[in-house]
Design a protein around this ligand. Structure first.
Ligand code: GLC
Length: 653
């Protein structure tokens, strides 16, 4: 049962597609604390909280404060309250009660889940305006499914987007891209896509291609397509200010950019230097920007990633001016503790400055809103611009799209990646823990940068991370400029990397089938154990294992130098310890705690009782997977226990 409440005067976000009546009366469970614009719920000792999508920390969110405020922050340490996403849905599940809630408002929302006061859960939001959806159900999963049913079906990418992707900031020219593909072929490691980061552009200008680096882009896309490699360019939110640059000129002529209070276009800076931000909230601007993807679609491109769309702001012209003035005042002075810190703070807070988000406005649904009031739906609407355009421009064929910033509702137009993580073991665990929370909020096509984006990866971390990445729909190795090169063929044990990625290709029929079922049934691909074994107390305690689809449980190894790990097995299961598609051993493991050995090149996969896992002979590309020759790994059943969903992988549904 879902009840919708209106508090104050909320701004519509288009995240919920179902038309529900607004209830009268107070919001159940929560009390409003007088004058403080905050709703408070006393929590029971047994209450656990799941959801909130892409955030730091474990699966049970209790014990910290999370603020939905889409942020360009590349340091995802556990003290961070905000990452790139705003996904305001959670389920509180306790001994005698459980409910889900979606706080639908495009400004900041904070969820203080026992941070200020251990046993109280308080929610605060911008101006105290929001639609609240309160959902009751038989189980956590039932609540999630009801929620998913009102927000619309999740985005479906083409099948090739389940293949392995190699990325780097940046491959600088076509020769470097060619070399990556050649090296993968030489190492016989399957791959379906190579990503083009910002340097493919001419001066970081959206929808441009550098003629110097890619002299005949269309021919190059074709050359790659002939090898069944998809090139996936990045698109950034800011449009470079440059006379004669067609996108800029059109944006000015059409009046599509975000304005300051005085009516002038906001001047901010990102990679290209000074930019204007398209007003993605404005329907006309959205349509205009979306149509620009055609420039690249026409070259044969069929996938994109949208970036810097929180939006990330290096500085605004106005704020930079203020800072320079203040610095000039300080010049020559003997700076003491306070003035020195003030100076330091002025410089380090230039980027993504809170005050800058109050300097510009949007023209949204016929009204004018200051950016901070609608901040969390900016990236969503950039990706919506693309998604809506793809429906017009590519009515028959699915296009790959994922975004860094997101809000619920965007899950209908694209997936997400979890932004600039680091090559840290703790971020491998974070990746594992973020997946089910993203799924709860509708983001099924998702993943993190495998191997970690920032910092230098080590071979063992990359191998363990790849062993987990083979289960995530988006399976992309990406790393930052200046860090150690991270392509799999650069490491000593190429054979193991080859076997692990080949294992992914064996799993694609199953993963795709389970993904598509999750889309059509409003289900989750990744579930915490307690979602499937609600009566089992230990299942609630287990936060480093996942169920993947109906047949599998995985227990990734995420610790340095570990030769295995403790695994909680919630019912009798069949363990497959894969070194490769052909080389593996199996054993039946009883319900309970086990120490399971897993050498560095071994992947632990548990098959649930009465379930089967279809596996394909490994192929070098998704398109070469032979669906007619599937082997079934079964536990206590036959292959007919599994019903495989397959389609052409490209036609729109
Ligand atoms: C941002 C993105 C990262 C990309 C970089 C350069 O940091 O999150 O993935 O490589 O920008 O475009």
């Amino acid at each position: 049962m879902i009840r919708k409440y209106r508090i104050g005067n909320p701004i519509e976000t288009d995240s919920v597609v179902a038309d529900l009546p607004v209830e009268d009366g107070p919001v159940p469970y929560y009390e409003k604390v007088n004058g403080k614009n905050e709703m408070v719920l006393p929590m029971d000792k047994k209450d656990r909280v799941y959801g909130l999508g892409e955030t730091v920390r474990g699966m049970n969110k209790r014990g910290f404060i999370y603020t939905s405020n889409c942020s360009d922050d590349p340091v995802h340490t556990e003290d961070k309250r905000s990452l790139y996403a705003a996904q305001n849905f959670f389920v509180l599940w306790g001994k005698d009660r459980g409910f889900g809630m979606y706080v639908d408002t495009p400004g900041q929302v904070s969820f203080d889940i026992g941070y200020t006061a251990k046993d109280f859960f308080s929610i605060c939001f911008e101006d105290f305006d929001a639609y609240l959806y309160v959902i009751e159900g038989r189980s956590i999963l039932d609540i999630v499914k009801q929620f998913r049913a009102i927000i619309g079906k999740s985005y479906v990418p083409p099948l090739w987007a389940f293949g392995f992707g190699q990325s780097r900031w940046s491959y600088m020219n076509e020769q470097q891209v060619r070399e990556v593909v050649d090296q993968y072929e030489k190492a016989d490691i399957p791959i379906d896509s190579v990503y083009l980061d910002i340097d493919y552009m001419d001066g970081y200008k959206d929808f441009s291609v550098s003629e110097e680096r890619f002299p005949d882009f269309e021919a190059f896309v074709k050359e790659m397509a002939e090898k069944n490699i998809h090139l996936v360019p990045i698109i950034d939110a800011g449009v470079k200010i440059e006379k004669g640059y067609d996108i800029y000129e059109e944006g000015i002529a059409g009046d599509y950019f975000c304005k300051k209070e005085n009516g002038e276009n906001l001047v901010a800076a990102v990679w290209p230097g000074k930019v204007h931000f398209p007003d993605f909230l404005n329907e006309k601007a959205r349509r205009w920007f979306g149509d620009k993807y055609k420039l690249l679609l026409d070259c044969g491109i069929d996938g994109f990633w949208n970036d810097m769309n929180e939006p990330a702001v290096f500085y605004t012209e106005d704020h930079l001016h203020e800072v320079f003035e203040q610095i000039r005042e300080l010049e020559g002075k003997n700076l003491d503790i306070r003035s020195f810190f003030r100076l330091q703070d002025m410089v380090t807070s230039l980027a993504n400055n809170e005050a800058d988000y109050k300097r510009f406005y949007h023209d949204y649904k016929g009204a004018r809103y200051r950016h901070d009031k609608v901040h969390n739906i900016f990236g969503y609407n950039m990706t919506r611009a693309a998604g809506e355009a793809f429906e017009r421009l590519s009515p028959d064929k699915r296009i790959l799209m994922f975004s860094r910033s997101s809000y619920i509702g965007m899950h209908r137009y694209g997936g997400v990646w979890c932004g600039d993580n680091k090559s840290w073991w703790s971020h491998l665990l974070l990746n594992i823990q973020q997946m089910p929370a993203l799924n709860m909020c509708g983001f099924l096509y998702s993943g993190a940068d495998v191997g970690g984006f920032g910092a230098d990866v080590t071979e063992d971390l990359l191998m363990r991370w790849t062993e987990f990445g083979i289960f995530t729909p988006l399976f992309r190795n990406h790393s930052a400029e200046g860090t150690r090169r991270q392509e799999l063929y650069r490491f000593t044990d190429t054979e193991s990397f080859r076997n692990i990625v080949r294992l992914r290709y064996s799993l694609i029929p199953y993963l795709y089938s389970e993904f598509m079922k999750a889309v059509s049934n409003d289900d989750m691909l990744f579930k915490p154990l307690c979602f499937a074994y609600p009566e089992d107390d230990m299942a609630y305690e287990t936060e480093d294992q996942l169920l993947v689809g109906e047949s599998l449980m995985i227990a990734p190894v995420y610790k340095q130098n570990a030769g295995g790990r403790y695994v909680y097995v919630p019912e009798e299961m069949k363990l497959c310890r894969f070194r490769s598609y052909d080389d593996y051993d199996t054993e039946i493991v009883e319900k309970g705690h086990h120490y399971i050995a897993a050498a560095l090149n071994e992947v632990l996969v548990f098959i649930r009782k009465g379930h089967a896992l279809p596996m394909a002979v490994p192929a070098g590309r998704t398109g070469r997977i032979d669906y007619s020759a599937l082997r079934y790994e079964c536990f206590d059943c036959g292959s007919d226990a599994y019903s495989l969903f397959a389609d052409d992988g490209i036609s729109r549904l």
